[in-house]
Structure formats: C-alpha cells, structure tokens
Design a protein around this ligand. Structure first.
Ligand code: HEC
Length: 214
C-alpha cells in the first residue's frame, strides 16, 4: 500500500517532468488520408512493434485503411500468424525492464494520453547525449529510456521527408487510439441528413393538414 501511494504521488511529477517545457509543434495529421495512414502503419510495424505493442488493435481491423487481408499479411505481419490477432509486442515485459529500465508501454491509447502534437514533437526532437544509457536524449521527454529508433531514417531523409514520415506515423497512432472515430463521424452526418429529410416531410405535412382550417 505504501509503495502504491508512493507511486501515485510520483505520477504527477513524472508527467510534469515529461513535458520538458519544450514547445510542441502542431502535428499536421489528416485522419481521412488513407495513404498516410497506410504509410504510418508500415513505419509502426517496422520500427515500433519490436518494443511496443498496440494490444487493442487487431491486424484485420487495418482493412479500415483500404488494405486487403492479403496485403496486411504480406506487408505488415511480422509478429503474428493470424490476421485476427492483436498487435502484440514480441518482447516480454521482463526483458523490456531489464534492457531499458522501463518496459516500453503499450501504444494503443498513447495518442489520447499524450496528444498528437506531443508525439509529433517527441519523435522529431531526439538528440545525442553521452550521459544517458542509450546515448540519446529527447527535448520533450528528458532522459527517456527510449533510443532514437528512427535515427537512420532521419539521417537518410531530408527534413521535409522525415517530418512527413513522422506525420504519417502519428496519424496512424491517432487512428489506433480511436479506430471508430471516422465511421462515427460519418454516421453522425447520415443522421443529420435523415433528420433534415424528416423535417422537410413533417413541414409539408403540417402545411397540408392546416390548409383548409385557416
Ligand atoms: C528499442 C525499443 C524501442 C523501440 C523500437 C521503440 N520504443 Fe518507444 N519506448 C521505449 C522505451 C523503453 C520507452 C519508455 C521510456 C521511458 O519511460 O523512459 C518508450 C517510450 C515511448 C513513448 C512515451 C510513452 C510515455 O511514457 O508516454 C512513446 C510515445 C514511444 N515510445 C513511441 C515509440 C514509437 C512511435 C516507436 C516507433 C517509431 C517506438 N517508440 C519505438 C522503447 C522503444
């Protein structure tokens, strides 16, 4: 119980510290851009899934992004056998803890806890630091135990390309955080449309009913 309380007391401090006081860049994400979401999914499975899982996400859900199950199986499934499986991480929590000191957290809802702007800035502000165990540090998450896993990409790509890669990845993480958001918005539009049609009919009926009475 004491450790639990101590841990709870520690949470706000780490969250504050995690902000790092560094200004956040606005993430230019586009939730309807399916090509961007597909590119983000590819970056995610290639560069993040070895350490982080997204256990609320099932591979076959990615058909939402315009991918066929065959495409998903051939291009995105390195860590699973069946498309119905969730995006589990290959590494165990114990190994994660042993290797990094902190087990890499599941990223299913990271876009909701951190926000897209934080993620976009985080993945673009790693820098070399000899004093940390990983040799890397980060401007919005000082002393993060995560190394700069995209450093090769950042070195290969020019700044615009790298920003776009990160934009697509964050777009995907936001989608993962709430895969139904887009369909819910579409349902909302349909409902408003139906209400509009009903209103027109109701108004026409009212006019017809009252015509002779006046
Ligand atoms: C080599 C293992 C490894 C890989 C690969 C990796 N991470 Fe991490 N990540 C970590 C560890 C360890 C932490 C915990 C950092 C800490 O709490 O100090 C972390 C933390 C994070 C956090 C912060 C979570 C929080 O506490 O709010 C985010 C966001 C994140 N990773 C995103 C990513 C993304 C996106 C990728 C793919 C581009 C990725 N990571 C790839 C090891 C990894």
């Amino acid at each position: 119980m004491k450790t639990l309380l101590a841990a709870l007391a520690f949470v706000p401090a780490t969250l504050l510290a995690a902000g790092g006081g560094h200004p956040l860049d606005r993430a230019p994400i586009e939730p309807r851009d399916v090509i961007s979401l597909q590119a983000g999914a590819r970056t995610f499975v290639n560069y993040c899934l070895n350490c982080h899982g997204a256990q609320f996400m099932r591979y076959n859900r990615l058909t939402d992004l315009g991918l066929t199950e065959a495409q998903i199986r051939d291009n995105l499934m390195f860590a699973a056998d069946k498309v119905g499986e969730t995006m589990k991480v290959s590494m165990s929590v114990q190994d994660g803890k042993a290797w990094f000191g902190v087990p890499p957290p599941d990223l299913s809802v990271i876009s909701r806890s951190r926000g897209a702007d934080w993620l976009y800035t985080y993945l673009r502000t790693f820098y070399r630091d000899d004093k940390t165990p990983s040799g890397w540090n980060n401007k919005v998450f000082p002393n993060a135990a995560m190394p700069h896993v995209l450093w090769k990409l950042q070195a290969e790509q020019n700044a615009v390309e790298y920003d776009r890669t990160v934009r697509d990845l964050v777009n995907f993480l936001v989608y993962v955080g709430e895969p139904s958001a887009q369909s819910r918005k579409n349902i909302g539009i349909v409902v408003l449309f139906v209400l509009g049609v009903v209103f027109v009919f109701a108004y026409a009926m009212k006019k017809a009913f009252w015509k002779d009475i006046r």
